[in-house]
Write a protein of this length. Structure first.
Length: 399
């Protein structure tokens, strides 16, 4: 843990909010069933689509509206907004009200994630320390998906839903209190850019900066790998009649374990190889995992494929944060991280739709083949841009 006491308190706040977000996700499913009954799957599907859309739009709107506000106070406000959104579920009686509460909650969550990254980059200027912090954040996000459902199951067994929602809101309030006591530094940025320029400054940097151009292409194998895992795991495991629901959860856990290992390995590998080479290795793992899909014949071979994809995803995402921070230049970190989050979720929207539709229409084996080719194309484009960048540097040095 870095010695910076402000970062320590901010990370403690992150732990609280990640736990509360995981619990809230379970609560949303329960509320959806109570409101919609047999139509709950459709309503949850709409909520998930809303999640992806929110994570595309919210970071861009954040850059537009709050670029000159003090970030510490904004984090507190976002925690309070999430607490109120969770509490509102106690009184929600319509589908429209449910989706409104979900939309507000997700917008605040996406904004919190962007500003948290900005603060970590600001408070931890050392590259190695920053990389460790990003890795811990990524591991924490993954552990949340494993631990929160178990905690939610226990708490729902002990407490009524109303008290459960209140306890989750309390976790967000405690996070806000922790941020207040951290006395975070002010990193408000003065800018003369127009509203539209501020909103798209981060996106423009991904096009303008040579070091960032490969990243959107690397997001293609990331998104396709995640989409394949999330949309086809129940089907692939269910094909074996001897398997049970716990085996599906364990398969998802193999992917999560891969993410944890990849995030941890990214720190160690950073001292042995360049960020570009490590991210390329991550892309190779994802592509290899997808290429191997049609040939797996047993449940345990599927676990190996999911684990490999998880490692690849984490290697790219962990190192990408360092690349983005270094390339920010005259654009605020909030805008660049927000742009990266928007791009990744935009690609995820397409990837989820494509993986789900292909698996439904053609089956899982052709889907593996198609997604592996598309992932290889994204990886190839990233390699090409990296090589072009290297050639330009060599030419300039020769001159």
């Amino acid at each position: 843990m870095p010695s910076n006491p402000q970062y320590v308190r901010l990370f403690q706040s992150k732990v609280l909010t990640v736990l509360a977000t995981g619990l809230a996700t379970v609560e949303l499913s329960v509320v959806a069933i109570e409101l919609a009954g047999e139509d709950s799957s459709a309503m949850l599907g709409t909520a998930l689509s809303l999640k992806s859309l929110t994570f595309v739009v919210a970071p861009l709107v954040l850059s537009l509206v709050v670029v000159q506000l003090k970030r510490g106070r904004l984090l507190v406000v976002l925690d309070l907004v999430r607490a109120l959104a969770v509490l509102s579920l106690i009184f929600v009686e319509t589908k429209a009200g449910f989706l409104l509460a979900v939309g507000i909650f997700l917008a605040a969550t996406a904004s919190f994630k962007v500003i948290y990254l900005e603060y970590v980059a600001y408070m931890l200027p050392d590259k190695a320390t920053f990389s460790r912090a990003i890795s811990k954040s990524r591991i924490l996000d993954e552990l949340e998906s494993l631990i929160s459902p178990l905690m939610a199951g226990v708490l729902l067994f002990i407490f009524p839903m109303t008290l459960f929602l209140a306890a989750t809101a309390l976790a967000f309030l405690l996070s806000a209190l922790r941020i207040l006591t951290a006395q975070l530094p002010a990193i408000a940025v003065k800018t003369t850019r127009s509203d539209a320029q501020r909103s798209f400054a981060g996106l423009k940097l991904f096009y303008r900066e040579a070091n960032l151009r490969p990243l959107p292409w690397l997001m293609v194998p990331i998104a396709l790998g995640i989409a394949m895992v999330m949309t086809t795991t129940p089907v692939l495991v269910g094909l074996d009649e001897s398997r049970q629901g716990a085996d599906i959860a364990f398969a998802f856990g193999a992917f999560g374990a891969g993410v944890v290992v990849g995030a941890t390995a990214g720190i160690w590998l950073g001292s042995l190889a360049t960020e570009r080479h490590i991210m390329n290795a991550g892309a190779v793992l994802i592509v290899a995992g997808l290429f191997g899909g049609p040939f797996h014949e047993a449940y345990y071979s599927l676990l190996v494929l999911w684990f490999a994809i998880g490692v690849g995803v984490a290697l790219i995402q962990t190192l990408a944060a360092s690349v983005i921070r270094r390339a920010a230049q005259d654009v605020s970190l909030m805008q660049v991280y927000g742009a990266g989050l928007a791009i990744q979720n935009a690609v995820l929207v397409v990837a989820y739709s494509l993986a789900g539709w292909l698996a439904s229409e053609w089956g899982t084996q052709p889907t593996f083949g198609i997604l592996s080719v598309l992932s290889a194309f994204g990886m190839g484009m990233a390699w090409y841009l990296n090589r072009s960048q290297g050639s330009l540097k060599s030419s300039s040095q020769t001159e």
